[in-house]
Design a protein around this ligand. Structure first.
Ligand code: C5P
Length: 208
C-alpha cells in the first residue's frame, strides 16, 4: 500500500506520516529532507539558490547530509522552498522518490507533490492542513524549545511566504490532489489527528 501525505509547513503531516508508517509497518520518506539537503549543500558551497544550475549541482549531495540536524533549521526550510521551485531540481530528485514509493510492500511519503506527481496512483492520499496562525504557533513553540531566537510574528510571516512560494510555483505546486482526503488539524490533538488519518486511510483503501 502506498500512502501519500501532502500539506504545508507545520500542518502536522510529518507526525501523521510517521504514525501511519508505524501503524501499517511501512517505510517512511520525509521528502522535504531531500530539498533541505539540497538547500544545505547550496549554502555550504556558497552557491546561489536562485540560480537553477547552482541548485541542480547541489542535488548530488552527500548522503550523510540527510542525517545532519542543521537540516531542521528554519533558515534551511526557507532556502529549501527557493531551490525546490526550480523544475530541474525537482526532476533530479524525482526518480529517487518514485523508487521509494514503488518499493515492494509499499511506503508512506510526505511532502508537497506526493499525491499529484510522485505517487499519483497511491492507495490513499491525505492533504493535511491547518490555519497559518495555528501552524505558526506550533512552529514558534518548537523553535523556542530549541532555543532559537525568533518572534511569533516572524514565524507567521515566514510561513505565509513559504505557503505563497510553494503554492504559486509552476512545477508541482502545493495543491491537494483531486482525490485526496482533506484533514484539518487546526483544532485536533496529535492523537486525534493520527486517529482521523488512520480512519481516512482505512476508508480509502477499502474503496479501491
Ligand atoms: O516539508 P519541509 O518543510 O521539510 O519542506 C521544505 C521545503 O521543501 C518546502 O517548503 C517545499 O518548498 C519543499 N518541498 C517540495 N516538495 C516536497 C517536499 C518539500 O517542494 N515534496
Amino acid at each position: 500500500m502506498i500512502i501519500a501525505v501532502d500539506g504545508p509547513a507545520a500542518s502536522g503531516k510529518g507526525t501523521i506520516s510517521k504514525a501511519l508508517a508505524k501503524h501499517y509497518h511501512l517505510p517512511h520518506l520525509d521528502t522535504g529532507l531531500l530539498y533541505r539537503a539540497v538547500a544545505h549543500t547550496v549554502q555550504r558551497l556558497e552557491l546561489d539558490p536562485t540560480r537553477e544550475a547552482d541548485a541542480v549541482a547541489a542535488c548530488d549531495f552527500d548522503e550523510l547530509t540527510l542525517a545532519d540536524p542543521a537540516l531542521r533549521d528554519d533558515e534551511i526550510g526557507k532556502l529549501a522552498s527557493v531551490v525546490s521551485a526550480h523544475p530541474l531540481v525537482r526532476a533530479a530528485l524525482l526518480q529517487r522518490q518514485k523508487r521509494f514509493a514503488n518499493q515492494e510492500g509499499g511506503a508512506v511519503l510526505d511532502g508537497r507533490d506526493i499525491g499529484t506527481v510522485i505517487a499519483p496512483a497511491a492507495d490513499a492520499k491525505l492533504f493535511v492542513r491547518a490555519t497559518p496562525t495555528i501552524r505558526a504557533r506550533r512552529r514558534h513553540a518548537e523553535l523556542q524549545a530549541r532555543g532559537a531566537p525568533t518572534t511569533f510574528d516572524q514565524v507567521l510571516a515566514d510561513i505565509r511566504a513559504r505557503d505563497q512560494r510553494d503554492s504559486s510555483r509552476s512545477t508541482a505546486p502545493l495543491v491537494p490532489a483531486p482525490d485526496a482526503a482533506l484533514l484539518d488539524t487546526s483544532f485536533l490533538s496529535i492523537e486525534a489527528s493520527v486517529e482521523k488519518a488512520i480512519a481516512l486511510v482505512e476508508a480509502r483503501r477499502h474503496k479501491s
